[in-house]
Ligand binder design. Structure first.
Ligand code: 9YT
Length: 130
């Protein structure tokens, strides 16, 4: 069995920072943990807008703290995000993620991330071996 505490992961190579400073992702489970998904706690910083388009991954997100919104780009719909809200990008939906307060989100990725992925210009993560 695996047991990990977020405090023990902070400051290790599993703590990944967005290149534009918009978020910090603590990657609690990764591909190498062999669960078939990766599992992260992410903080999206207040006042930021991030273009995201996970063409190669499915992601589910559950908000445990903060306030923000998701705008899906194809249809212009805006979904408020607050504690208790889950959204799943079941159609690899291209979207903007905006935080009006720091958002603390729990995220699951399928296929699992390897560890050091940050968004490319189009908002996607590559499929990496590892
Ligand atoms: C919700 C979202 O996709 N935030 C960006 C970071 C991502 N969750 C990650 O790599 O943990």
């Amino acid at each position: 069995m695996l047991v990990r505490k977020i405090e023990d992961i902070k400051g290790t190579e599993r703590e990944v920072h967005a290149e534009n400073g918009n978020w910090t992702s603590t990657r609690i489970l990764l591909k190498k943990d062999n669960m078939g998904f990766s599992f992260h706690e992410t903080v999206i910083y207040a006042g930021t807008e991030t273009l995201i388009w996970y063409r190669n991954h499915l992601e589910a997100v559950y908000c445990i703290e903060g306030k923000g919104e998701v705008e899906t780009i194809d249809d212009g719909r805006v979904y408020p995000i607050e504690p208790g809200t889950m959204y799943a990008l079941d159609k690899n939906d291209k979207h903007y993620l905006r935080a009006s307060e720091d958002l603390r989100l729990v995220c699951v990725f399928n296929p699992p991330l390897v560890g050091n992925e940050v968004h490319r210009e189009d908002g996607s993560y590559p499929i990496l071996e590892g």
